[in-house]
Design a binder for this molecule. Structure first.
Ligand SMILES: Nc1ncnc2c1ncn2[C@@H]1O[C@H](COP(=O)(O)OP(=O)(O)OP(=O)(O)O)[C@@H](O)[C@H]1O
Ligand SMILES: [Mg+2]
Length: 259
């Protein structure tokens, strides 16, 4: 059965699109049929992270009722399937976000794992993306404003009936972290599934449109993301020092129906 996971944060700029693209590719590298979809319809940039700008037919066209979803699916780096949102300002006016749920139902027939890159905030596009995924993966930075916004996002997701899988703390070590990762777990009232370090290779990857798991697979951030992908899929992947596998295996076996 297909699994859909929305990647959301509340606060902008914390690393949702970076995580969606790299996690999707890492899961595809484990042999899964993965689709990543840019639901950040107003400020789309998944395609920039992947070096896939300028696709003819995008989610905008599908949500405007002008194209079928199958025509907005492209083969991306690492074998992942990509649905770009499109960056046309004119096209945006015709978009009907209420069509998203129906579109995703069709998409889920063709994929094993669907990752949805959500917009920041709690406006209609963000809430639609939160409701669209079966599960939520919350992204936060270890600082107070992204934690508060993340908490709101998790609360809204729960009200919508979306299962909060847990949180990913990104850019750890960027500034002398004001908040300890253990405290983050307590504040967010959810498990921390991974911590991703601040890593200059991530920024370089974004600049060149080449995700870090492909460009520099041995870099610390790429290793952390591959480990997260393995944990979510119940696959083996060892990064020196990691030791929470048993817990995740149980969690994910439940999600993927392998118990
Ligand atoms: N672990 C990291 N180390 C270094 N830079 C990072 C890391 N994670 C993300 N970045 C950088 O932070 C910037 C913002 O990342 P990204 O676009 O993924 O955030 P976002 O949450 O999707 O933003 P938005 O809310 O605008 O959609 C990018 O330039 C990215 O390269
Ligand atoms: Mg983004």
């Amino acid at each position: 059965m297909a699994v859909s996971i929305t990647i959301a944060s509340g606060k902008g700029g914390v690393g949702k699109t970076m995580l969606t693209s790299n996690l999707g590719i890492a899961m595809a590298q484990f042999g899964r049929n993965v689709t990543i979809l840019d639901a950040d319809i107003e400020m789309a940039n998944l395609e920039l992270h992947l070096g896939m700008e300028g696709m003819d037919i995008t989610l905008q066209d599908v949500l405007a009722g002008k194209a079928e979803i199958s025509h907005a699916m492209y083969r991306g780096p690492g074998g992942v399937t990509v649905v770009p949102a499109g960056i046309s300002l004119d096209g945006l006016r015709e978009v009907d976000m209420d069509k998203l749920e129906r579109v995703l139902k069709k998409l889920l027939v063709e994929t094993e794992v669907l990752l949805i890159d959500a917009p920041a905030g709690l406006g209609k596009p963000a809430v639609t993306a939160l409701a669209a995924g079966e599960h939520l993966l919350l992204v936060t930075n270890p600082e107070i404003s992204s934690l508060c916004d993340g908490l709101k996002t998790a609360m809204v997701a729960r009200r919508l009936g979306t299962n909060v899988l847990g949180a990913v703390v990104n850019r750890v070590g960027f500034e002398k972290d004001v908040i300890d990762v253990k405290d983050i777990e307590y504040i967010l009232e959810t498990r921390i599934l991974a911590t991703i370090p601040e890593d200059p290779e991530v920024r370089r990857g974004t600049t060149y449109g080449e995700p870090v798991v492909i460009r520099t697979p041995d870099s610390p951030a790429a290793q952390a993301i591959k480990k997260l992908a393995a944990d979510l899929l119940g696959e083996k992947y060892s990064v020196p020092g990691a030791g929470r596998r048993g817990f995740f295996r149980r969690l994910i076996d439940g999600i993927f129906g392998r118990v």
